[in-house]
Design a protein around this ligand. Structure first.
Ligand SMILES: [Zn+2]
Ligand SMILES: [Zn+2]
Length: 70
């Protein structure tokens, strides 16, 4: 029998069980696996694992600047 991890609200310092809280982030924009819950006491967001930097991909320099021809 495993116990659910306990979260502590950084705002009101209340402690809840992860199972009790409902995940706030369902599918935020470009979610990279963040964990955000809403504190039932102070109704504030508990950011367990804030969204990190987006994966470094290719730069958005896709302008057709070097287009030759005509
Ligand atoms: Zn709280
Ligand atoms: Zn998210």
């Amino acid at each position: 029998m495993k116990t659910a991890p306990v979260l502590e609200c950084p705002h009101c310092h209340s402690r809840f069980s992860k199972d009790d809280l409902e995940k706030y982030c369902s599918n935020c924009f470009s979610c990279t696996g963040c964990e955000i819950y809403e504190c039932p006491t102070c109704r504030k967001l508990i950011e367990v694992r804030p969204v990190g930097k987006p994966m470094r991909g290719r730069p958005a320099l896709d302008d057709d600047a070097g287009r030759a021809g005509g």
